[in-house]
Design a protein around this ligand. Structure first.
Ligand code: 1CP
Length: 371
């Protein structure tokens, strides 16, 4: 598939898996959220031929091809399955479509009757083409590359289901959670079942690591964050780990600031994906004991060139000496120039000389006043 330059094979067979298991890797592995998709001309070509989004998601040969496109071009260390968090909503029987230029549109869920119509029983049969694609990918990928499965977190899925579409603030979803917490808890409970089952099915088909995307976790104030993000995400992670203890689980609670600390000492959480606002020296101190992932601002890739280089080096320096996975702070934007992604992957993957630890003292600290 990909003719990798020799240095990429000098390291462990799967640098991404090694880092997620807490090992220090000779070079930092990289993959990018939304690395497949609209910024690639070869994806847009497939989209023109197969305009229905879910048709692309449920045709195993297309899923395989779209998943491999960025890996073939750029040689990342991880291949994330081409799919969407909303396939779970579709499988449960929630009416959902993905419209061009508008994103997801869902029949809004407003009451108990709508909730009763959803069923977790349809999940595995409905998503069988997705699992078939995972099986094909597990066979097609070169040894160095880790196959990543994923699911939306219960809160983020519930937010789309109640709101009916994307939104800046998800007022309707947050109002329902406050006004009818018992109903909302039942929805979250159903989504805990569905997302953990979906992740386990991907693992059973060959996914080697999984990521839980809680893209809208940052909208929740403290107590709501605990109830609708932390507890459901940990419930999902714990169920997956109980069945598949060796498979790393990465959590991406986007925008939660100091709330990232809630995931640092959890045995079920192997990786913590940082959004671009998280200060890295804070993360280095406060989030020890878990493999960090992140956090280049996707906008930096639009500026390109020296901006990306400077930011990339700053991130690599800040996390040097720690198990770390390079990624963006959120998904690749559709306007991104593929050449910038290419340059980024090359920069991260080249072996860097060991870094002088003296450069890593936080500003103002004397050379030997650290424990
Ligand atoms: O026409 C198209 O191609 C539609 C664009 C598109 C694509 C390429 C959508 C609709 N989904 C996807 C693929 C996708 N979605 C992947 C592919 C694998 C990869 O990363 O390469 C992944 C991981 C997702 C996950 C996803 N979907 C998330 C979580 C990550 C994030 O960006 O926060 C969310 C929130 C969604 C919902 C969704 N689906 C599609 C869009 C445009 C959106 C976001 C809408 C919004 O901003 O609210």
């Amino acid at each position: 598939l990909h003719k990798s330059p020799d240095h990429r094979n000098l390291v462990l067979p799967k640098p991404l898996l090694a880092a997620l298991r807490g090992e220090l890797t000779p070079r930092v592995p990289i993959w990018l959220m939304r690395q497949a998709g609209r910024y690639l001309p070869e994806y847009r070509e497939i989209r023109a031929r197969t305009p229905r989004f879910f048709e692309r998601c449920y045709t195993p040969e297309l899923v395989v091809e779209i998943t491999l496109q960025p890996v073939r071009r750029f040689g990342m260390d991880g291949a994330i399955l081409f799919s969407d968090i909303l396939v779970v909503v579709d499988a449960l029987g929630g009416e959902v479509e993905i419209l061009e230029g508008r994103g997801p549109v869902v029949e809004p869920l407003a009451d108990a009757r709508a909730l009763e119509r959803l069923s977790a029983e349809r999940l595995r049969p409905h998503l069988e083409p997705v699992y078939e694609a995972v099986r094909l990918l597990a066979r097609a990928l070169p040894e160095r590359i880790t196959l990543i499965g994923f699911a939306g977190a219960p809160w983020t899925l519930a937010a789309y289901m109640v709101e009916g579409e994307t939104s800046r603030d998800f007022h309707r979803a947050r109002r329902l959670a406050r006004a009818e917490p018992d109903l909302f808890a039942r929805l979250i409970g159903l989504l805990i079942d569905a997302t953990s089952d979906h992740l386990m099915a991907q693992i059973e088909a060959g996914a080697e690591a999984v990521q839980i995307f809680d893209s809208w976790a940052g909208l929740l104030p403290e107590t709501e964050f605990e109830r609708w993000c932390v507890r459901p995400v940990l419930a999902v992670a714990e169920r997956v780990k109980a069945r598949h203890p060796a498979v790393p689980v990465i959590v991406f609670p986007r925008g939660v600031g100091a709330g990232y600390r809630r995931f640092r000492d959890e045995p079920a959480v192997d990786g913590l994906s940082l959004d671009a606002t998280v200060p890295l020296l804070w993360a280095r101190e406060e989030l020890a004991g878990v493999c960090l992932q992140g956090n280049l601002d996707p906008i930096a890739l639009l500026a390109g060139g020296a901006v990306v280089e400077r930011e990339t080096d700053r991130i690599l320096d800040a996390l040097a000496g720690r198990p770390f996975v390079f990624n963006l702070g959120h998904g690749v934007l559709p306007e991104t120039d593929p050449a910038e992604v290419q340059a980024l992957v090359e920069r991260v993957q080249r072996l860097r000389p060991p870094i002088d630890p003296a450069r890593h003292r936080p500003a103002g600290e004397a050379p030997d006043d650290r424990p």
